[in-house]
Design a protein around this ligand. Structure first.
Ligand SMILES: [Zn+2]
Length: 194
């Protein structure tokens, strides 16, 4: 079943694309076709919503890679449609996801620059880690602060996590987990103070 919000489609049509898919050193990537100001909406991600169980089935069947779907919550994933699937990861990203689906610029982007976001900023799946082991993927973004391996939200250095929280590009389900994570004695307010 494909569930896409009508408002999201309307929003994308109204905005038109501010980017185009082109070749990057990672295969395909999304590149700005006009200057995009910090804080500006780039697009709303569209895709097929699936449950955690369905997502696991697809992976075990070999139909999808573990890093294919975008995590929306503890139990929901989004199989991104084109062109949203082509946004690459960077450890020093130019954009981030507000509210889980709205891609916003977190710095000024000039025309021709590749638009990236930090996959770890939207990923934290304890259930998967328990059953299949920690999700990880090799990173070759070549940024000075490259973490070499992309993992879940807690693999992001603390100072960068705080920056993402302040920029409003951490989904609610991760904020809730941070607050309730007793193990690390984390709380949203202390994170912002550090
Ligand atoms: Zn990297």
């Amino acid at each position: 079943m494909i569930l896409i919000s009508k408002e999201i489609i309307a929003q994308n049509k109204k905005e038109k694309y501010k980017f185009k898919v082109s070749n990057s050193r990672f295969g395909k990537g999304c590149f700005a076709i006009e200057p995009i100001k910090k804080g500006e909406t780039i697009c709303f991600f569209e895709g097929e919503e699936t449950s955690w169980n369905e997502s696991e089935r697809r992976y075990l069947d070999g139909r999808d890679r573990v890093d294919d779907p975008l995590q929306l919550s503890e139990s929901k994933f989004l199989y991104l449609f084109e062109p949203y699937i082509y946004f690459n990861h960077s450890c020093n990203p130019k954009s981030g996801l507000r509210g889980g689906r709205e891609l916003i610029a977190i710095r000024d982007i000039i025309a021709g620059e590749e638009i990236t976001y930090d996959y770890s900023s939207v990923t934290w799946d304890d259930r998967w880690t328990k059953i299949q082991g920690a999700w990880t993927m090799k990173c070759e973004c070549r940024e000075r602060n490259c973490r070499k391996a992309i993992g879940d939200f807690l693999t992001i250095p603390k100072s960068q996590r705080v920056k993402y929280l302040q920029l409003g590009i951490v989904p609610n389900f991760i904020i809730e987990k941070l607050v309730t994570e007793k193990k690390n004695h984390l709380s949203y307010s202390t994170l912002l103070k550090e």
